[in-house]
Write a protein that binds this ligand. Structure first.
Ligand SMILES: Nc1nc2c(c(=O)[nH]1)N[C@H]1C(S)=C(S)[C@@H](COP(=O)(O)O)O[C@H]1N2
Ligand SMILES: [Mo]
Length: 159
């Protein structure tokens, strides 16, 4: 369990890799217990995005947060200022690492997302299988569906 679950890099002062033990060692104030309280269909425990940002210290040039999921080659890029206080990084379920069936190694969640493809902070940006968070100068990679048709196709492909 010593392997890194998540890498945070890009426009930061201090790139970081976090293992399950590293996540568990975040202080109590950074931990977010039981995300089903505000996302009833989703489970697990996480840490606040803000607590991770505090560690890496985004550079002045960092304006977007780009979430990468290499498992299914999905990415979403959202304005950093809008998401900084709203993001949760879910890493744990029932006292063990978040399994891939629940979106592991880590799942990103926005506290109060807009409906799919209606805003920057939409449900589609709740990226599963995240293994890298990249701070970028301007919008980074974003494969989110842009309309109903693309959205339906994406969900049809989900296994
Ligand atoms: N890695 C990855 N994350 C993803 C997706 C995806 O296809 N791959 N789909 C997104 C979309 S379009 C939506 S609406 C939500 C759905 O999350 P749910 O399965 O928990 O309802 O996950 C988002 N996260
Ligand atoms: Mo979506």
């Amino acid at each position: 369990m010593s392997g890194a679950l998540l890498k945070i890099d890009g426009e930061v002062s201090q790139a970081l890799e976090l293992s399950y033990a590293d996540f568990e060692a975040f202080p109590e104030a950074a931990q977010v217990c039981d995300v089903s309280r505000f996302h009833p269909t989703r489970q697990g425990d996480g840490v606040t995005l803000q607590s991770i940002l505090d560690r890496v210290q985004p550079a002045e040039s960092a304006t977007y947060l780009t979430l990468h999921a290499s498992h299914d080659d999905f990415a979403a890029s959202i304005p950093l200022a809008a998401v900084a206080a709203e993001g949760i990084v879910v890493y744990k379920n029932a006292g063990a690492p978040l399994p891939v069936e629940k979106g592991g190694p880590v799942r990103f969640l926005i506290r109060d997302p807009a409906a799919c493809h209606t805003a920057e902070l939409d449900d589609c940006a709740n990226v599963k299988f995240v293994d890298r968070i990249e701070l970028t100068a301007g919008r980074g990679r974003d494969t989110r569906p842009e309309d109903d048709e693309e959205h339906e196709q994406l969900h049809a492909n989900e296994s």
